[in-house]
Design a protein around this ligand. Structure first.
Ligand SMILES: [Cu+2]
Length: 174
């Protein structure tokens, strides 16, 4: 065996050693996190995003959040915005006021409706126009009572408020 091919063999051997180590590591991580599956702690329903007008760089998103356990929404990220804030909206002395919330505390089993005129997600510095029929991805970070953080993803349809109102009305009748 020439020195060159022996070197090659050595390379191959170490390559396999590395991949095996990685595979083992990934497997070990799997079993460790299996007991802590947070993927369905918070039900995220009826997620939708308002379409934007030309030149508009700010958007808003709505959804209903229902957590199985007491949890706090601490961060929201999106694939179409540089920053996402949690906002509340309320009438104060006849004036609509919008306020940024640091987080949103979710009591177990209580649905929190993010909807026009109330709680909503505000998307800042949109990187793309939001057109009806498209989709926006969100990643929400929550913290539970044990201070464990977990992330959940959701896709929201881009649609008009009129459509959302229709859906809401139908929902209310049944
Ligand atoms: Cu807002």
């Amino acid at each position: 065996m020439s020195l060159r091919s022996r070197y090659k063999l050595l390379q191959l051997t170490s390559f396999f050693a590395i991949t095996c180590a990685l595979a083992y590591h990934a497997h070990a991580d799997d079993s460790k996190t299996r007991n802590k599956d947070f993927s369905s702690v918070v039900a995220m329903e009826n997620a939708w995003v308002s379409p934007t007008q030309k030149g508009q760089t700010v958007g808003s998103a709505y959804m209903t959040l229902t957590s199985k356990q007491d949890a706090t929404l601490i961060k929201v990220e999106s694939n179409v915005a540089k920053a996402v804030e949690i906002h509340s909206m309320s009438m104060e002395r006849g004036v609509m006021k919008m306020r940024m919330l640091d987080n949103l505390v979710l009591s177990a089993g209580t649905p929190y409706q993010l909807e026009p005129g109330g709680l909503h997600l505000m998307l800042f510095d949109l990187t793309t126009p939001l057109k009806v029929g498209g989709e926006v991805e969100f990643e929400l970070t929550f913290k539970n009572q044990k201070s464990e953080t977990f992330k959940q993803r959701i896709r929201a349809k881009i649609r008009t408020e009129e459509c959302a109102n229709d859906a809401h009305a139908h929902h209310g009748h049944h």
